[in-house]
Design a protein around this ligand. Sequence first.
Ligand SMILES: NC(=O)c1ccc[n+]([C@@H]2O[C@H](COP(=O)([O-])OP(=O)(O)OC[C@H]3O[C@@H](n4cnc5c(N)ncnc54)[C@H](OP(=O)(O)O)[C@@H]3O)[C@@H](O)[C@H]2O)c1
Length: 368
Amino acid sequence: MIKRILKWTVSLILLALLIWFEIAYWTSTNDCDRKAAAPSNPMKAIVYCDYGLKNLKLENIEKPTPNDDQLLVRVRAASVNPYDWHFVEGTPKIMRAMGVGLRKPKDTRLGVDFAGTVEAVGKNVTQFKPGDEVFGGRGGAFAEYVCPRANRAVALKPANVTFEQAASVNIAGITALQAIRDKGKVQAGQKVLINGASGGVGTFAVQLAKSFGAGVTGVCSTRNVDLVKSLGADHVIDYTKEDFAKGAGRYDAILDNVPNHSLSECRRVLNPNGKYVLIGGGGPNDSRWIGPFGRIIKTMVLSPFINQKMGMMMADANHDDLTILADMMQSGKLKPVIDRTYKLSEVPAAIAYLEEGHARGKVIITVE
Ligand SMILES: NC(=O)c1ccc[n+]([C@@H]2O[C@H](COP(=O)([O-])OP(=O)(O)OC[C@H]3O[C@@H](n4cnc5c(N)ncnc54)[C@H](OP(=O)(O)O)[C@@H]3O)[C@@H](O)[C@H]2O)c1
């Protein structure tokens, strides 16, 4: 009898979940379905109503108005991150159930990193004034205007840095800084390996790890060996010829932008008290359902039982770290590496290029 009750209860719960999922899926919507009249004060922005690169469109939408705590920034340049293609493709698909939008993207705007000129400030804003050149991060940056909150991820752009260079910094630069300083706790004299040293995060990480006084080994393909050396790497491993996980080198920290080795392979080349920092989550076609979550769980489960520290990181964009990076750029200690530049109308092509997984530094969008 108890068995039958249990069986029926489980079946009913499963049925309820299935019905809930079906309803949630089919009612999943976004503001494209509620489109109103033509914008009274238009600006151009990249908008997507459905998942997939082919659905990105450059449209006229309402220009934003800053609230009391925000700035109105005229965007001069933006940069593309793997973060953007996760939202464009809606992958890993588990993200869709985590609030990104089951059937359609909930937020129809794209882009985060920007640099531009302040046009107006809210009445509580004292840190910035119209005319200031700023850079940082704010959702919807593939547009002519954004409204970042003054006390969040925005900072003054150094005068000797172009808008394109400044726009490249927010996600990649902050990720590299926090991975080295906060997660890797890198100290002068330590040995650091950066897997994926020639990409957006990697090119910042090599320079930053050097500035922390570390001995840096960068891993990249043949065509990027000279680039990574020029950024200050003491050793470069060409992954087409040599596997760092089978080599004789031992490291105090591994920053992993390309999780293409098992955790035990990485542990083999990590010193007994070394730190493994998982940054990257693979490409758009890797593990489309759960993406990096399987590896994240493995690092969390393993870490408490071993001396080596294994963990993932999530970049936290903020004013103070942007200011640290701005100061380093101003003093010439940090130079963003720019691969290609696209126009705002070419955002789909820029994202498609990044999805190939072989950008050399950062991919930039210029906004006229
Ligand atoms: N956790 C976080 O908060 C956070 C923040 C930012 C980014 N991320 C993630 O970190 C990863 C890297 O971001 P990114 O902006 O640097 O991406 P990216 O610019 O697209 O990285 C491209 C680079 O990856 C290199 N690469 C590809 N296959 C490689 C391999 N087998 N071995 C070594 N390098 C290889 C490429 O070098 P070659 O052309 O020489 O192959 C290329 O230079 C992404 O997965 C991204 O989603 C995470």
